[in-house]
Design a protein around this ligand. Sequence first.
Ligand SMILES: [Fe+2]
Length: 287
Amino acid sequence: MSAPMSAVAAAAYLHHMELQSANPARLAEFYDRVMQMKAEKLKAEKLEGDRFICRGADRTMLIGKGRDKALGFAAFACRDAEALEGVRLYVERAGGKIEKSPSPLFDDRAFAVRDPEGNAIVFGLAKTPAGAASRDIRGPLQHITFGSTDLVPMEKFYVSVLGMALSDRVKDDKGRMTTCFVRSTHEHHTVGMFLKPEAGLDHHSYEAGEWTTIRDWGDHLGALHEPIVWGPGRHGPGNNLFIFIKDPDGNMIEISAEIEYVRDRPVMEWKHEPYTLNSWGPAIMRI
Ligand SMILES: [Fe+2]
């Protein structure tokens, strides 16, 4: 019998996610060509329209038919079956409503729970281990961020219901929280949320690890004539280096390096200003 276990204790990491698109084939082609994630049509599913799986080294994206820029779900893998059961008990004890997992990549022990803005967060066990040898440029899927119209209940959900740890907050002059970062591993954030006029997916990120690997991504993107739309820069919270590109649906994709490993430091509060978001200068402010 498992005991309740927080997402941090379960070492839950972002294993895969699903994007929805009005044109799944076009989006899958982009992730295949640009993000080095080999695209295949998923078979044996009674689904309307096409659904694709795009897989690279430690990065997997499902693409289903739907509204452009909508998130299907974000799926976190736990370290083992005891941890997964522990997270389920933790969520149930905190009053979270358990739903059936929509992911074909986790086994039937997986479950989903929705945050206050309706984003589906799935926990499960990876059927195939991460870390396959590959010549692809390094970039494991690492974090996802949301726009939110009310960050207070969102932070409460991720911390109190899922058991993620608060890393940092950004606040404006009036004391209003404008950004919040939470983690389910030692990495500074596996989920981030920005105060915005509209809720929904903000961006997702691949962790290249080292600055020189961002260089390799830049060379690869340049050869494909895929423009960098923001960066290079360095975030204040998380201290990670970054570049951003956009997929054909307009989803923002981050390639990051050197994200902070948080062990035993207090939560920090940052000022809401462009130099917090990018300590090298130009920032895409959400509000
Ligand atoms: Fe990010």
